[in-house]
Design a protein around this ligand. Structure first.
Ligand code: ZN
Ligand code: ZN
Length: 367
């Protein structure tokens, strides 16, 4: 199989599905400014560019730093190397179009200053309309190739954590644990962590999004480790909580409540349920344990080229899950002074259930 021809076909089909989506919203073109969306549609991984997708063509605007990289990476779109600013080049290209054109853009991802500059460069014949996350909706459902990459990224983080947890002990710092995790990720082929690795011990583990610090691990502490790796562009995201020493019955009970809530959420996942139903399953379980007031965030999120993408598994979300979506399931409880417990896995939504991608043990490890 010719890799590039294969990629060209994939990009063409993504672009044509995008045209179908924005066609129904009566826009003539869509200006894609979010880099992961550009990467998804035409393969470009550089850090500066804009992709204009029209009915009959797609054009990537970028600068001369990326000339060679574009030859290697981009397919399905023509490349225009510009020297006097992307916004101006895009505006001028639109100005040359005949008649009035309606161009969709992502209002949440374009700054007011960029929008004003675009409007000024494109002139009066261009009407700017708010897009409705068309590319994000396409990205939410992964194809077989993407699922293969995501399995590999999830396997990697499961192995990395399993190795790192063996080296954990009282007296080393949270930062040392985090550094060990990130070092192992790169040795395993990851380009880096998908987000800053979280290692939070003792009372700090009650901070749902704590950064690792120089705090030393102590006996009789909970340790929350939340980590993910980017492998060939795709992210993994997994949390495990361990105990240094022997946990009390109370802490053990908390752990099992969270695990139970995670299992409940996983067991309702399948194509056709709403994101809100998954969240409700986790919340109802914690309610039975009288712990729901300590569950202060949503149950999960989509995962792919970015670590947070569509859909959000949150209270009341009416978004329907579809086969091929990859989501995290990560209930937690956070009790001030005592600490926090979170267990997070990545799963693929299938027609009949949820296929687990992350596989590290969910037993309550006592180190
Ligand atoms: Zn996480
Ligand atoms: Zn997560």
């Amino acid at each position: 199989v010719d890799n590039r021809t294969g990629q060209l076909k994939i990009n063409r089909s993504r672009l044509s599905r995008l045209r179908f989506l924005f066609g129904t919203s009566d826009a003539d073109a869509i200006l894609v400014t979010h880099l992961p969306n550009i990467n998804y549609l035409c393969g470009f991984t550089g850090s500066s560019g804009m992709l204009l997708v029209e009915a009959d063509r797609a054009t990537l605007f970028t600068d001369s730093r990326y000339t060679f990289q574009c030859r290697e990476e981009v397919s399905g779109a023509a490349v225009k190397i510009v020297s006097a600013g992307l916004v101006r080049a895009v505006g001028e290209a639109l100005q040359r179009s005949r008649g009035t054109v309606r161009v969709a853009y992502s209002a949440g991802l374009v700054t007011v200053a960029q929008k004003e500059a675009l409007a000024a460069a494109a002139g009066k014949r261009v009407r700017w309309v708010r897009g409705s996350s068309e590319v994000e909706r396409l990205r939410a459902v992964k194809d077989a190739g993407e699922l293969g990459q995501m399995r590999a990224a999830a396997d990697l983080i499961s192995e990395v954590w399993t190795r790192a947890v063996r080296k954990m002990k009282v007296g080393i710092s949270e930062l040392q644990v985090a550094a060990g995790l990130e070092y192992e990720m790169k040795l395993g082929g990851a380009t880096g962590p998908s987000f800053e690795t979280i290692v939070a011990s003792g009372p700090r583990s009650a901070w749902a999004h704590a950064r690792a610090t120089s705090k030393l691990l102590k006996k009789n502490e909970l340790v929350v480790m939340d980590q993910g790796a980017i492998l060939r562009g795709y992210c993994s995201d997994m949390t495990r909580t361990v105990f240094l020493g022997r946990p009390s019955d109370h802490v053990r009970r908390l752990y099992h409540a969270v695990l139970d809530a995670q299992q409940a959420a996983k067991s309702v996942i399948r194509a056709g349920v709403t994101a809100g139903e998954v969240d409700a399953a986790a919340r109802q379980t914690l309610k039975r344990y009288k712990l729901v007031q300590y569950f202060t965030h949503s149950t999960g999120h989509g995962l792919g080229l970015e670590v947070h993408e569509m859909p959000r598994l949150a209270r009341g979300e009416s978004f329907f899950l579809e086969a091929g979506m990859v989501v995290t399931v990560e209930p937690g409880v956070y009790i001030e002074g005592l600490g926090g417990i979170r267990i997070e896995d990545d799963v693929v939504v299938t027609a009949t259930g949820a296929e687990e991608l992350t596989s590290a043990t969910r037993e309550f490890l006592e180190l």
